[in-house]
Every structure is written in C-alpha cells, then in structure tokens.
Write a protein that binds this ligand. Sequence first.
Ligand code: 8YV
Length: 329
Amino acid sequence: MSEPNLKIAVARRIFPALIDELRRRYDVRDNQDDASLTAPALAARLADADGALITAGERIDAALLAVAPRLKVVANIGVGYNNIDLAACTAAGVLVTNTPDVLNEATADHAWALLLAAARRVTESERWLRAGHWQRWTFEMFMGADLHGATLGILGMGRIGRAIARRAQGFAMRVVYHNRSPLPAEQAGGATWVTKDELLRSADHLIVVVPYSAATHHAIGAAELTLTKPTAVLVNIARGGVVDDDALAAALRAGRLAAAGLDVFEGEPIVRPALLELDNVALTPHIASSTRATREAMARLAMRNLEAALAGERPPSLLNPEVWDNRRR
Ligand code: 8YV
C-alpha cells in the first residue's frame, strides 16, 4: 500500500537499496551521512515526520518529542534501546520498536571473538608482530589463558546470553550465570544460576550481556572487580556504562584481572586513554552485531515494525504495548 503523504525520517545511512523500498511507499527523507545527527539536526528532521528509523546513536527524549508532533512510531535498529526515553514516548503516544532475536547469533559469535582474542592475546601479539618486534621465537611468549575446560560466567542470561552459553559446550566449559531469577531448566541448557557474588568469584572468564538501565549502571564496578579472579578475562558486549570503565582500567593495571575484551564503552565513541594504553585489552568499535546478514535482518525488521505501525497494525516487536492498547480503545 502506498502512503505518499506519510513522511519517514531515516537518521543515517542505512543500506540505500532497502531505503529505496520504503521510498516506493512513503515520502522518505534519508540521510546519506554516516555520522549521528546532532540533537538540533535530528529535531529538524523529525519536525514533520510520521515515522523515524533510528540507530543507537540517536537519542529520542521528551524535548525531541515535543517538536515532532506528527510522530507515530520510532523504529530502533538495535535490540538495546537505552537511547530512547520509553516513558516519554509512551506518554506522547508514540510507538517504539526494537530488533530482538535477529542479532542473537552474530552478537554471541562476537562475544566469543573478544573472549578468544583477549584470553589468547591475539590482538596484543598481532600489534607486537606488526611493530616489528618479532626477532626470535621464545618458548614462553604470549602465554594466554585456557578457555577449554574453564568456567564461563555470564551476567545476563537473556537471548544473547543463552546463545553465548550454547557455544561454551564446544569448549567443554561449565557455565554459571546470574539473572534476577533462575531460568527454567529447558532454557538454562545446563548452565547453573548463582548469585552475582558467586558468579564473580567462580567465573574463570566473565561475559557481561545485561541491558543498560539505571539498575545496571556500573553493575561491574570497583567493588565487583575485587571479587573476580586475577586470571580472569572480562568481556563487555552489553552497553557502555554497565561496566565502570575507570574501575576496569584500574583493575587491569593492578593485575586484578588478566585481560578484557570490549565492544562497548562509556561515552563511546570516545574510549578512555586508560584503556587504550593497556596491552591486555582487545577493543572493537561497537560491532558485535555487525555481519552483513545480521545488519540486513535488523534493518528489515525495523522497517517491518515501522510499516506495520504506519499501516495501523501492531508492530512485531513493540516495546510499549500500552500505546497500542490505548489506540485500540
Ligand atoms: C547495534 C546494539 O549495532 O542491538 C543493539 O543493542 O548494540 C547493536 O546491535 C546498535 O544498537 C545499532 O543501533
């Protein structure tokens, strides 16, 4: 169905061929620029928009909603939505959607890539080799930590956490996890629920996968990092702010952790120099879900959400069903 009177704002460059599909049905204002829009530029773009296709780099809050009176739906390309003030959207009657599930496997793969890279010192030794330091081979060079047979701790056993846990079987690892409450056995897949303190104490390596919220801000901070094993690798693929990056850098410097693998950072894209200076940290620029197929699936799901909402249908991954229910009444 063509709705040329409905305006869609696309926040940044997202697969132009896919956006062209939207253009056939709607009045699309896209953005060929790759950078996040500043708050005033985003406000200008949303001023007459009925729908918005955004990424984690765009912040939707009450001030923005106040100057976007036609906005009916915000479709976030990403599962995490801490960039969106959901309560403000609900109060304004704006539907909000995200892209769960389609990125579980790619994100779990990347968590393992970082765990392997940090434990086996892949990025550290590569940097050293590229810098021309490899003059002779020595028996004890770049000894890393074993993953096989070790205990993997997962903080946040949601869909991505469970995909990470499944992969641990191939490494013959025991998996312990912490969630607010234990999962039913069929979902836990053999992993054992433990308290958060037990998780920190018992994990040989720890992967952090909880969504960011006020409740999970600095869930791994200075106090928690006194409990981890000095031989442990910590991986954060959740969100910047779930781990206290200053405390992490201090713990790594003090040898209270062996290494870290980080895809997300407090204040990204700026990364604390204290982390950049450390050799025992493998760093990637928030790309855990970035495979071609997954990015495309995310964009397509977000488009499906957007189009459903604009067609008066319930979007498949709706975050504020109360807005939908109120519309129906
Ligand atoms: C995205 C993510 O790259 O889905 C998420 O929550 O962090 C990543 O998959 C990012 O959100 C893109 O908007």
